[in-house]
Design a protein around this ligand. Structure first.
Ligand SMILES: [Zn+2]
Length: 276
């Protein structure tokens, strides 16, 4: 019963987002872009369909990976630096599937959760990358994404853009936003022993975050890109991230991406929030 109600609200909200978004057809997709990706897989999850569509139109696309991805897993089977090398190789393969060549990828290799320590260096590096390429569009993580690397990536790129002498179109792509209710059933944030009031408080908080976001942004400009015809290519690209999609080394503690959560990235459209 709970799931039926959640699914109805989810469908209603998704239709609302679609209905309120401006569709970027081929004519608008012909704009060159850079995608700033905190981790190796965010670019595919959040913008993969759009990247594929742009590349099918031979539009120049570059991807900048901010962190080295070395913090996603810990396992006694992993040698030092092995996960970083693995994720970089996976990112190159995923990009190839989406039609982006290795020379159009940048790996800035900061340690996860430590981007703020390198703010100055990152900002200068990003200004140089953007100025050299002069993209018409820039994709950054959505403002309401809750992960620290996503928040800091967004801040640093926006600071860099402020120093440019031209104004590219900025599109924000949600990733962690899809972990809120009703997009998935949230795992309880408080342990069962903490009492019913606290458990419901944390649950209610997650519900309110999504609903208030939906209401506050209902007239905010958004874009949508129809990707349903190339979802198989997006799925193929995502599966190149074997370290995230499969359990390596038969290690039972190895976390893989939640399949129910992934469904949010394989809908008819990819939706982006326009930064104003
Ligand atoms: Zn991420």
């Amino acid at each position: 019963m709970k799931n039926i109600a959640r699914n109805i609200i989810k469908s209603f909200m998704r239709l609302g987002y679609y209905w309120l978004s401006f569709e970027l057809t081929d004519q608008f997709l012909k704009q060159s872009c850079i995608v700033f990706s905190p981790h190796q897989d965010d670019e595919t999850l959040g913008c993969g369909g759009t990247i594929i569509k742009k590349r099918q139109l031979s539009v120049p696309v570059k991807i900048v990976f901010m962190t080295d991805g070395g913090g996603s897993h810990q396992s006694p089977n992993l040698k030092s630096g092995e996960l970083v090398r693995m994720r970089e190789a996976e990112a190159i393969e995923a990009a190839q599937v989406m039609g982006v060549k290795k020379e159009d990828l940048y790996f800035l290799r900061c340690r996860e959760k430590e981007l703020s320590r390198y703010q100055g260096w990152l900002k200068n590096r990003i200004i140089k990358i953007i100025e050299d390429f002069q993209p018409e569009e820039i994709f950054i993580p959505y403002a309401k994404d809750s992960h620290i690397d996503h928040i800091v990536t967004r801040d640093i790129v926006l600071n860099a853009i402020n120093e440019l002498d031209y104004t590219p179109k900025i599109c924000e792509y949600p990733i962690w936003y899809w972990t809120y209710w009703p997009w998935i059933t949230p795992k309880p944030l408080a342990p069962a022993s903490s009492g019913i009031l606290i458990r419901w408080k944390t649950r209610l908080k997650r519900v309110l975050i999504t609903l208030s976001d939906f209401i506050s942004t209902r007239y905010a400009p958004r874009y949508k890109v129809k990707v349903e015809d190339i979802l198989n290519i997006k799925w193929e690209a995502l599966n190149k991230y074997r370290s995230q999609m499969t359990r390596l080394f038969d290690d039972p503690a190895w976390a893989v991406l939640d399949r129910k959560w992934l469904k949010n990235f394989f809908s008819k459209y990819e939706v982006f929030f326009a930064k104003q």
